[in-house]
Design a protein. Structure first.
Lengths: 206, 206
């Protein structure tokens, strides 16, 4: 099987929404090219290597008070092939944080694929990455997304929008987005089998 | 609104499946009796107080390497009204861990409601809590559940089984289970509005 794994860097920050990062973490870290339960006991047929990254290595407090220790800081993270920017109320203060926006921009420039969940799209927009693209976000932030960058063609009623950069609607739509990325990279069978493993009902509505 | 919140204790352990605990954490911690986005910015109308509990306060490594710091150890946890036992490969070693099984038994005796996600049901069974009850677990562990306690009426093809103790099928079924508990306690409207906030498609198939 693949020995060279695609790295997935999941950005963490204070007041990140729990399911925004945990859903995609689950999907990418449990995807296997070999089907079944046993294959999940090792990393042998795992096509991704998934890790979390925050501004520093300090423990992050997600919404509801969940405490997560990031695997890496901006400075220490390995190369990121697939960047995932989750949302949450914590995005609002980061809209004016140059260190974060600069890191997102630099990481995106080198990544093969850039994705967001929920209001993570606001950060991508603010970093200038969604200019003239179709994109979506949590239903409560659709207007704000268009205000940050008026060239964005904001999509309502889509769980996943793929316009080179892949954005998704709120919270649990990040699971659909991750499965869609798995499908694009490794085919329908691998994505469906992973969905079956985590017993997630793929709606097929993108 | 409610000032006395129901406490939700989510058990963590090494090799707990990420979405097993993170899905329910998201649902219970984001439920509000007042609808809308603004209500989620404070705990004022939150009916639950959600926290994680592990054997000790040491950082737990979930599947895929996610590092989570438990809020409490067995010894230091506040009273738990609603116990949630998630699954994951880590359950297998705990099937013979008297400290864990004893804590689950003691905590369940005092709790108003006991729930499990995925292979968390194996631990409830081993603790003797599912005797002569209907229950379910991840599809790959249905047989094992019946082997641990042959009096259990193992339910296939159900996402959520409520027989006083509430068990659920694998991984993302924990989200359905949590929303079902919210509905039982606070009504359909509150559960549906929470599902809408996290953009989770309730299947209605229990």
């Amino acid at each position: 099987m693949t020995t060279e794994k695609l790295t997935v860097g999941i950005f963490l920050f204070d007041q990140v929404e729990v399911l925004d990062f945990a859903g995609p973490f689950e999907v990418f870290s449990r995807t296997r090219l070999t089907p079944g339960t046993e294959a999940r006991r090792s990393e042998d047929s795992a096509p991704f290597r998934v890790f979390t990254v925050a501004k520093s290595e300090a423990t992050v407090e997600a919404t509801g008070g969940l405490q997560v220790v990031p695997a890496y800081a901006f400075e220490t993270a390995p190369e990121i092939n697939l960047l995932l920017v989750p949302g949450g109320f914590g995005t609002r203060t980061l809209l004016n944080d140059d260190a974060t926006l600069g890191w997102i921009r630099r990481t995106s420039n080198k990544a093969q694929l850039v994705t967001s969940v929920c209001t993570g799209a606001l950060l991508l927009a603010r970093a200038g990455l969604l200019t003239s693209r179709r994109a979506t976000t949590h239903w409560s932030a659709l207007e704000l997304l268009g205000e940050i960058d008026s060239t964005i063609a904001v999509q309502e009623d889509h769980r996943v929008v793929d316009d080179d950069i892949v954005t998704s609607a709120g919270v649990s739509a990040g699971i659909d987005m991750s499965l869609a990325v798995v499908e694009n990279l490794f085919g329908r069978k691998v994505a469906d089998e992973t969905a079956r493993y985590i017993e997630y009902p793929r709606t097929g509505r993108f």
